[in-house]
Design a protein around this ligand. Structure first.
Ligand SMILES: Cc1cc2nc3c(=O)[nH]c(=O)nc-3n(C[C@H](O)[C@H](O)[C@H](O)COP(=O)(O)OP(=O)(O)OC[C@H]3O[C@@H](n4cnc5c(N)ncnc54)[C@H](O)[C@@H]3O)c2cc1C
Length: 264
């Protein structure tokens, strides 16, 4: 059985969240936390590996205790084990410190074959954490995976490359990041929801990572990135236009608009 680890991040629901345009900060109280959408694709890829060749899936998240609900959702969708990395020492982490913390947790797990990350998050949006984790772990990584086509001591994957696709073949252990163009994430089943409710979420602190993490590389202290300015772009509403006239004339106007807009 393959050991698969899926790092997932809880993010604010971007349909509802408000931004403070003065400070550039996210007003986290304005929206509930959800699993980062790309991470649901990562979990789905892991679940398909489990369906085809058998796997034990561990989901790991670094964040505040509210991230419990995101981990429960992943359990309800089919993950087997959930670990929350929560400690005030982890706060203020940039992608460097975040990836170090997550990689240290993977190392503490002991044996692992495949780490499956999302492509990027909807709040941080850097896409750096996955590849950085691979560097900390000293393993190869493959990005923008659309489909894992084979796992048999090695991994073969189809990867998105803008307007094309390439085939990647790599030995295990490996880290992959999953394209949001991969398969549609499955829903939780009632039976799994019930199981998730009673499944314990393990909580690891900085002390639990001793011997696996370097204390000076955690949280704000271990973050070399300095934010100098945050700009929230103005939200542009959708443009709308009412096309009038006879049905034939309206259709021809619509087609010409779609052509000039590059849709057709
Ligand atoms: C100077 C600085 C200070 C910051 N301070 C804070 C702070 O105080 N509090 C705060 O919440 N954020 C803070 N951040 C943001 C923080 O760095 C990012 O939330 C985090 O590093 C993830 O980066 P990202 O969202 O760009 O992830 P990406 O690189 O876009 O994510 C790729 C994938 O990595 C995995 N992943 C990413 N983050 C996590 C996670 N936390 N747990 C599990 N898996 C994950 C997921 O699979 C995800 O799909 C700070 C950033 C900077 C630059």
């Amino acid at each position: 059985m393959y050991e698969v680890v899926v790092p997932i991040k809880q993010v604010p629901d971007m349909q509802r969240v408000r931004f403070d345009t003065e400070t550039g900060r996210v007003d986290r109280s304005s929206a509930a936390g959800v699993v980062n959408p790309a991470d649901l694709h990562a979990l789905e890829v892991a679940l398909r590996i489990k369906d085809t060749v058998g796997a034990h899936i561990t989901v790991v998240s670094m964040g505040p205790t509210q991230a419990h609900s995101a981990l429960k959702e992943c359990l309800a969708r089919g993950a087997d084990r959930a670990i929350l990395l929560a400690d005030k020492v982890f706060a203020g982490a940039d992608t460097w410190a975040t990836s170090h913390t997550l990689a240290s947790a993977v190392r503490k797990l002991g044996h692992y074959d495949i780490v499956v990350c999302g492509e990027k998050t909807v709040d941080g949006d850097t896409g750096q954490v996955g590849p950085e984790m691979a560097e900390w772990l000293g393993i190869p990584h493959v990005t923008y995976v659309r489909e894992v086509t084979e796992v048999n001591g090695h991994l073969r994957a189809l990867c998105d490359m803008g307007d094309g696709t390439y085939v990647a073949n790599a030995h295990l252990p490996i880290l992959i990041t999953v394209s949001t163009r991969s398969g549609r994430p499955r829903y939780a089943t009632p039976r799994r929801i019930l199981e998730a409710v009673t499944t314990n979420i393990e909580q690891w602190s900085a002390q639990d990572l001793e011997g696996f993490a370097c204390a000076s590389k955690l949280g704000l202290k271990g973050s070399p990135t300095r934010l100098t300015k945050v700009v929230v772009p103005p939200i542009q509403g959708r443009k709308g236009e009412r096309i009038s006239g006879t049905p034939d004339a309206a259709i021809s106007t619509l087609l010409s608009r779609l052509e000039t807009g590059g849709v057709l």
